[in-house]
Design a protein around this ligand. Structure first.
Ligand code: SF4
Length: 314
């Protein structure tokens, strides 16, 4: 449940609160796309229409306190608290808030008129805005409702609730992201500072479920001095943790993370490329599939990867 005080705090940061516990915030890349300036790396990699994408989460609570997180980790909590809203109300509420916000672009002479029209009918939900979405007890229904509305879903989880991930096997998101914050428990503890003592073990359980999903991504937030260490150990791990894609994304010195880290913890795109090459040197089964310097991200996949699945269908 989001209190009135928190609601004000979130709204000051540009979020919109939907119902008792969900949040939506128009992505900077959505705004850029509507202005015809650029699109996000997921548009380049997977064909996402950034201007028709809703960035949301059914909760602001998380059981991690990642050192590199741009959010305020003071809201961290290990379990769900309060009422549980209906998935249909959450989806409709997020779309309503998104369209209301973007209609404000109508007065801008430089917007792409066609995209401004198309944004009124979102075709993509990025369930990645904040918090840990797998805490939301009706997540499988939300994913199913999105599919019923012909809206694709990218779900980003930190993997600490394998019981919910198991439920998603029969109600799969279009693409399941599992965040990996270190190739060992020691590095994971230092980087993610999980609340529960057995989070690493639960994450391993989730990673073993990946082959049951049609499209999966291991997402790494490379932070110098924390997660951006031991490429050989990641390479070894990826011999058994078999995902469709591996996204090596550079940490960004933004938001509340500036209270915990220095700008020097942020890697350059060249350093990320070198780190990717080191992983490939230790695991030649992998190859670089794509990259976007502006987002400082490199995409890896297996050599036998079938490029036809780059773009998706709902
Ligand atoms: S996929 Fe992510 S980065 Fe791209 S527009 Fe949607 S929320 Fe933004």
């Amino acid at each position: 449940m989001i209190s009135a005080e928190k609601k004000l705090d979130f709204e000051r940061q540009g979020y919109r609160v939907v119902g008792n516990h969900s949040l939506v915030k128009v992505c900077e890349w959505t705004k850029k796309a509507i202005k015809g300036v650029d699109t996000c790396y997921k548009c380049q990699f997977y064909g996402i229409n950034s201007w028709r994408c809703v960035q949301m989460s059914p909760t602001h609570q998380c059981d991690h306190r990642c050192v590199f997180c741009w959010r305020d980790t003071k809201y961290a909590h290990p379990t769900w608290q309060g009422p549980v809203d209906d998935p249909v109300d959450i989806i409709d509420g997020c779309i309503r808030e998104q369209v209301k916000y973007l209609q404000g672009f109508g007065g801008n002479p430089f917007v792409d008129k066609q995209r401004l029209e198309e944004m009124k009918k979102p075709i993509h939900f990025a369930i990645s805005l904040t918090g840990e979405p797998t805490m939301y007890p009706r997540l499988p229904e939300l994913i199913a409702e999105l599919r019923r509305k012909k809206i694709s879903s990218y779900l980003v989880t930190n993997g600490t609730i394998p019981t919910m991930v198991k439920q998603l096997v029969n109600n799969q998101p279009t693409q399941l992201y599992v965040s990996l914050y270190g190739p060992t428990n020691e590095i994971y503890q230092k980087s993610a500072m999980p609340i529960a003592h057995d989070s690493w073990e639960r994450l391993q359980e989730t990673l073993q479920l990946l082959p049951q999903f049609s499209r999966t991504v291991i997402r790494m937030t490379l932070t110098k001095g924390y997660t951006m260490v031991h490429p050989e150990l990641y390479a070894e791990m990826f011999k058994t943790v078999r995902a469709t894609f591996y996204e090596l994304k550079g940490y960004m010195w933004v938001g509340h993370s500036r209270e915990r880290l220095e700008i020097s913890n942020m890697p350059s795109h060249q350093e990320i490329q070198q780190f990717a090459q080191e992983i490939i040197r230790h695991n030649p089964e992998l190859k670089i599939l794509d990259e976007k310097e502006a987002s400082r991200v490199v995409l890896l996949a297996r050599g036998d990867f079938d490029s036809r699945i780059m773009s998706f269908t709902v």
